[in-house]
Design a protein around this ligand. Structure first.
Ligand code: PMP
Length: 422
């Protein structure tokens, strides 16, 4: 049963002492142990290298054409000709690196142009770039002084969790998407310091959406600031694609938006946007922004060009949602549990990681790459399946055929089991 498998994973031996008898800091259980168990069962799911892409939108893996159904390139812009041309031009003009931090020598005009464009697009006063979305999340620490308290959704992305922990204040969590629990937590932590509520917009693994309006109301009851990480809803939700703050009607009522450019913008890099005073505070104080080389010219230009395409071609968003619905409907019709997603991130859950791993390997064999995940990265053992606007109906049909064929062989995980508590 699943407990045997869990025991097997927990009992992978590790060297635990050094020659001096102390614990070896490098000998800790982790993903490599799960990987070893999976590999012993013929499942090779992590750090697989893509060799390139075909014209018709397939990735090359071990010389085979596969549907990349685990990418965050939601609008299909990472290989868009305009995006590539802009990146090449920027390299010619500015070089491969800016060789330093924004504050000292590493600012180029493209950074300023991109910040102004993103601020306008997001309907915010100001925006500041970070070199990755993760670093944008870490920048939260600069808003958390000793007396402050930060409240985060228990399923928040690791970058927000770490950003909150790195601050000097107290960190509290509230139950997943539960504004009432947040209210209790806020009331219990009354004090002289500031309060910050932090949530993912769309949650990265299960594709469910934060109740942002309710969170705003609860935060307002105790004068707390509200921060949303729109990594997975920027370019995806909202009438113009500005994300959850737009679709929730909160553009003028958000204290900070965090965005990554590694998803819908098909590039890399992070952004914080919001009221000018808030952005300024982090720009001048967040160590993850100050002490790291700035976004490379190619990535900056690629993001700018991608933003042009995003604004000019709203049909890409329509296609993403159409393909997402096709995927959801097809999987549900076969009896897979895709709760609680309402977005193009489709989680398929399994009783345990080895079972999910066997399914992953079957899909890989059938030419479909998904994201294999499980606790603590995800709440449950799961395959995270995504579509992008670079796909078309045949790609999604390929994915569905593969799921059907593997389920015929391995069985469909039960869809009617209650979700375990968070
Ligand atoms: N926030 C969320 C919600 C994410 O899912 C991710 C990426 N998985 C990040 C931040 C980090 O973004 P980046 O990849 O640009 O570092």
């Amino acid at each position: 049963g699943s407990n045997d498998k869990a025991d097997e994973m927990a009992s992978v031996p590790t060297e635990s002492t050094t020659s001096h008898g102390g614990a070896d800091p490098f000998a800790k259980n982790g993903l490599h142990d799960i990987e070893a168990v999976l590999k012993s069962r013929g499942v090779d799911a992590f750090y697989r290298a893509v060799q390139g892409w075909t014209e018709d939108g397939y990735a090359l893996l071990d010389g085979r054409k596969v549907v990349m159904a685990g990418s965050n390139d939601y609008l299909g812009l990472s290989r868009h000709p305009r995006v590539l041309a802009a990146a090449v031009e920027a390299i010619g003009r500015y070089g491969a690196s800016v060789s330093g931090s924004r504050a000292l020598n590493g600012t180029i005009e493209l950074h300023e142009t991109l910040e102004a464009r993103l601020a306008r697009f997001l309907g915010q006063e100001a925006a500041a770039l970070a070199t990755t979305g993760f670093q944008a999340g870490l920048a939260l620490s600069a808003a958390l002084g000793r007396d402050d308290v930060a409240f985060g959704d228990i399923r928040n992305h690791a970058s927000l969790v770490d950003g909150m922990r790195m601050g000097l204040g107290t960190v509290r969590s509230y139950r997943h998407r539960d504004p009432d629990h947040l209210r209790q937590r806020l009331r219990a932590a009354a004090g002289p310091g500031g309060r910050l509520v932090v949530t993912d917009g769309v949650f990265s693994m299960e594709g469910d959406v934060a109740p942002l309006r309710a969170l705003r109301e609860v935060a307002d009851e105790s004068g707390a600031r509200l921060i949303v990480d729109s990594a997975h809803d920027f370019g995806v939700l909202g009438r113009s694609g500005a994300g959850l703050t737009e679709s929730a009607g909160l553009t003028d009522r958000i204290d900070l938006i965090i965005v990554t450019m590694s998803k819908a913008l098909g590039s890399t890099g992070g952004v914080i946007a919001g009221p000018a005073a808030n952005v300024r505070q982090l720009r001048y104080n967040a160590r993850s922004l100050l002490f790291s080389a700035a976004l490379p010219p190619a990535s900056t230009a690629a993001a700018l060009a991608a933003l042009d395409v995003l604004e000019a071609e709203p049909e890409r968003r329509d296609r993403l949602h159409r393909l997402g619905r096709l995927l959801h409907d097809g999987l549900r019709a076969m009896g897979f549990d895709t709760r609680p997603s309402t977005t193009p991130i489709v989680p398929v859950t399994f009783p345990d990681v080895p079972t999910a791993g066997a399914f992953w390997a079957g899909l890989c064999e059938a030419g479909v790459i998904t994201n294999l995940s499980g606790p603590p990265a995800a709440k449950r053992a799961m395959l995270r399946v995504t579509v992008t606007a670079a796909h078309d109906t045949p790609h999604v049909e390929h994915v569905l055929r593969a799921f059907s064929a593997v389920a015929d062989r391995l069985g469909t995980p039960r869809a009617d089991e209650p979700l375990p508590p968070v």
